[in-house]
Ligand binder design. Structure first.
Ligand SMILES: [Fe+2]
Ligand SMILES: [Fe+2]
Length: 157
Protein backbone atom coordinates (compact mmCIF):
# COMPACT_ATOMS: atom_id res chain seq x y z
CA UNK A 1 0.00 0.00 0.00
CA UNK A 2 1.36 3.42 -0.88
CA UNK A 3 1.50 5.86 1.94
CA UNK A 4 0.50 9.36 0.95
CA UNK A 5 3.20 11.67 2.16
CA UNK A 6 2.26 15.09 3.53
CA UNK A 7 3.96 17.77 1.43
CA UNK A 8 6.64 19.76 3.16
CA UNK A 9 5.58 23.14 4.52
CA UNK A 10 7.31 25.13 1.77
CA UNK A 11 5.39 23.27 -0.94
CA UNK A 12 2.17 23.88 0.98
CA UNK A 13 2.79 27.59 1.49
CA UNK A 14 3.79 28.14 -2.14
CA UNK A 15 0.64 26.37 -3.28
CA UNK A 16 -1.45 28.69 -1.10
CA UNK A 17 0.37 31.73 -2.47
CA UNK A 18 -0.58 30.67 -6.01
CA UNK A 19 -4.21 30.19 -4.92
CA UNK A 20 -4.34 33.70 -3.46
CA UNK A 21 -2.88 35.14 -6.68
CA UNK A 22 -5.65 33.39 -8.57
CA UNK A 23 -8.26 34.94 -6.27
CA UNK A 24 -6.84 38.42 -6.88
CA UNK A 25 -6.96 37.83 -10.65
CA UNK A 26 -10.62 36.79 -10.33
CA UNK A 27 -11.44 39.88 -8.25
CA UNK A 28 -9.93 42.11 -10.91
CA UNK A 29 -12.22 40.65 -13.56
CA UNK A 30 -15.29 40.56 -11.32
CA UNK A 31 -18.38 42.69 -11.84
CA UNK A 32 -20.07 44.45 -8.92
CA UNK A 33 -22.28 41.47 -8.14
CA UNK A 34 -19.33 39.08 -7.92
CA UNK A 35 -16.93 41.44 -6.22
CA UNK A 36 -17.98 40.99 -2.62
CA UNK A 37 -17.91 37.20 -2.94
CA UNK A 38 -14.42 37.43 -4.46
CA UNK A 39 -13.30 39.64 -1.62
CA UNK A 40 -14.73 37.20 0.94
CA UNK A 41 -12.64 34.45 -0.60
CA UNK A 42 -9.53 36.61 -0.41
CA UNK A 43 -10.31 37.59 3.18
CA UNK A 44 -10.79 33.99 4.22
CA UNK A 45 -7.73 32.62 2.38
CA UNK A 46 -5.37 35.38 3.52
CA UNK A 47 -6.52 35.40 7.13
CA UNK A 48 -6.15 31.64 7.46
CA UNK A 49 -2.82 31.61 5.66
CA UNK A 50 -1.19 34.41 7.64
CA UNK A 51 -2.48 33.26 11.02
CA UNK A 52 -1.37 29.70 10.47
CA UNK A 53 2.03 30.92 9.28
CA UNK A 54 2.35 32.95 12.45
CA UNK A 55 1.46 29.96 14.62
CA UNK A 56 3.43 27.25 12.86
CA UNK A 57 6.02 28.58 10.40
CA UNK A 58 7.36 31.78 11.94
CA UNK A 59 8.16 30.14 15.31
CA UNK A 60 10.23 27.59 13.37
CA UNK A 61 12.14 30.46 11.72
CA UNK A 62 13.19 31.58 15.18
CA UNK A 63 15.45 28.54 15.51
CA UNK A 64 18.05 29.87 13.06
CA UNK A 65 19.61 33.36 13.12
CA UNK A 66 19.64 33.50 9.32
CA UNK A 67 15.86 33.12 9.19
CA UNK A 68 14.97 34.72 12.55
CA UNK A 69 16.04 38.10 11.21
CA UNK A 70 13.09 38.08 8.77
CA UNK A 71 10.37 37.52 11.36
CA UNK A 72 9.79 41.08 12.48
CA UNK A 73 9.38 42.50 8.99
CA UNK A 74 7.21 39.57 7.90
CA UNK A 75 4.90 40.05 10.88
CA UNK A 76 4.63 43.76 10.13
CA UNK A 77 3.64 42.94 6.56
CA UNK A 78 0.96 40.56 7.84
CA UNK A 79 -0.32 43.36 10.07
CA UNK A 80 -0.41 45.75 7.11
CA UNK A 81 -2.42 43.23 5.06
CA UNK A 82 -4.80 42.72 7.98
CA UNK A 83 -5.46 46.46 8.24
CA UNK A 84 -6.24 46.74 4.51
CA UNK A 85 -8.50 43.65 4.73
CA UNK A 86 -10.52 45.26 7.53
CA UNK A 87 -10.71 48.55 5.62
CA UNK A 88 -12.14 46.77 2.57
CA UNK A 89 -14.52 44.77 4.75
CA UNK A 90 -16.09 48.01 5.97
CA UNK A 91 -16.74 49.24 2.39
CA UNK A 92 -19.59 48.42 0.04
CA UNK A 93 -18.61 46.81 -3.28
CA UNK A 94 -20.05 49.76 -5.19
CA UNK A 95 -17.83 52.14 -3.25
CA UNK A 96 -15.23 53.60 -5.62
CA UNK A 97 -12.52 52.75 -3.07
CA UNK A 98 -13.31 49.04 -3.09
CA UNK A 99 -11.37 48.02 -6.20
CA UNK A 100 -8.57 50.46 -5.46
CA UNK A 101 -8.07 48.94 -2.03
CA UNK A 102 -8.04 45.43 -3.45
CA UNK A 103 -5.26 46.51 -5.82
CA UNK A 104 -3.38 48.03 -2.87
CA UNK A 105 -3.75 44.76 -0.97
CA UNK A 106 -2.62 42.75 -3.98
CA UNK A 107 0.58 44.81 -4.24
CA UNK A 108 1.35 44.46 -0.53
CA UNK A 109 0.76 40.71 -0.66
CA UNK A 110 2.89 40.33 -3.80
CA UNK A 111 5.82 42.04 -2.08
CA UNK A 112 5.45 39.87 1.00
CA UNK A 113 5.14 36.63 -0.98
CA UNK A 114 8.28 37.46 -3.00
CA UNK A 115 10.19 38.01 0.21
CA UNK A 116 8.99 34.73 1.68
CA UNK A 117 9.73 32.70 -1.41
CA UNK A 118 12.99 34.34 -2.52
CA UNK A 119 14.57 34.89 0.89
CA UNK A 120 12.93 33.02 3.72
CA UNK A 121 12.03 29.69 2.11
CA UNK A 122 15.39 29.49 0.41
CA UNK A 123 17.17 30.16 3.65
CA UNK A 124 15.16 27.80 5.85
CA UNK A 125 15.53 24.86 3.48
CA UNK A 126 19.30 25.21 3.86
CA UNK A 127 19.04 24.68 7.61
CA UNK A 128 16.04 22.48 8.17
CA UNK A 129 15.86 18.77 7.36
CA UNK A 130 13.26 17.51 4.91
CA UNK A 131 11.75 15.46 7.73
CA UNK A 132 11.26 18.55 9.89
CA UNK A 133 9.78 20.47 6.93
CA UNK A 134 7.28 17.65 6.40
CA UNK A 135 6.44 17.61 10.10
CA UNK A 136 5.74 21.34 9.90
CA UNK A 137 3.57 20.73 6.84
CA UNK A 138 1.46 18.32 8.88
CA UNK A 139 1.22 20.80 11.75
CA UNK A 140 0.28 23.59 9.33
CA UNK A 141 -2.66 21.60 7.97
CA UNK A 142 -3.87 20.63 11.43
CA UNK A 143 -3.68 24.16 12.83
CA UNK A 144 -5.34 25.65 9.77
CA UNK A 145 -8.26 23.23 10.05
CA UNK A 146 -8.72 24.25 13.69
CA UNK A 147 -8.82 27.94 12.77
CA UNK A 148 -11.35 27.54 9.98
CA UNK A 149 -14.52 27.83 12.09
CA UNK A 150 -13.17 30.82 13.97
CA UNK A 151 -12.35 32.72 10.79
CA UNK A 152 -15.72 31.83 9.29
CA UNK A 153 -17.44 33.25 12.37
CA UNK A 154 -15.41 36.46 12.18
CA UNK A 155 -16.50 36.94 8.58
CA UNK A 156 -20.20 36.74 9.24
CA UNK A 157 -20.17 39.27 12.07
FE1 LIG B 1 3.43 35.47 5.27
FE1 LIG C 1 2.92 33.18 3.01
Amino acid sequence: MTKIQTPNIITLLEKEHRQVEKLFAEAEKANFNQLYECFNEIYRALTLHTRTEELVFYPAMREYPRTAKYIEEAEQEHEEAKIILEEIKSLKPNDSEFKKKITELKKAVKHHVEEEENEIFKSISEYMSEQKLIELGREFRKTKAQLEDEVQAAMTT
